[in-house]
Design a protein around this ligand. Structure first.
Ligand code: GSH
Length: 121
């Protein structure tokens, strides 16, 4: 199973205007820097509205943030990204840590300021 990346599509309508999600835009930007990433990922664009069915099916109703990356089962996540778990699935639910993970896993550039986390077992 590829990692699954849930991102809001830009230009949704809310607050009486068109908006985009800044954190999703950060990752759409990383994908445009490194288009080959798209081959290693299952990218699932999302509408703003809830429920976000794909996320709910994998992580439960409490975890519908976008961006979220649901990790493949045996993937080595590396030392940089904060990983959470729900319904037996590991996931990363913030843009910066997702980009750090991409750097570890796929060899893309690191977001400036990245540091390895101390993993206390
Ligand atoms: N901590 C996240 C925050 C991202 C965020 O706030 N995403 C919003 C959309 S802009 C979201 O999905 N909120 C939950 C919701 O709309 O249900 C990150 O830095 O990536």
């Amino acid at each position: 199973m590829k990692d699954i990346l849930f991102l809001l599509t830009p230009g949704f309508y809310d607050n009486d205007r068109r908006e985009f999600c800044p954190e999703c835009a950060e990752l759409w930007g990383v994908l445009s820097y490194y288009p080959a990433l798209k081959e290693g990922l299952d990218i699932r664009p999302q509408e703003l509205s809830r429920p976000r069915e794909g996320l709910v099916a994998l992580l439960g109703a409490a975890h519908q943030n976008c961006p979220t990356l649901v990790l493949g089962k045996d993937v080595d996540v590396g030392p940089f990204a904060k990983v959470k778990e729900a319904n037996g699935n590991r996931f990363i639910d913030n843009a910066r840590d997702i980009a750090k993970y991409f750097a570890h896993r796929f060899g893309t550039a690191f977001p400036r300021g990245s540091q390895a986390l101390e993993r206390v077992k």
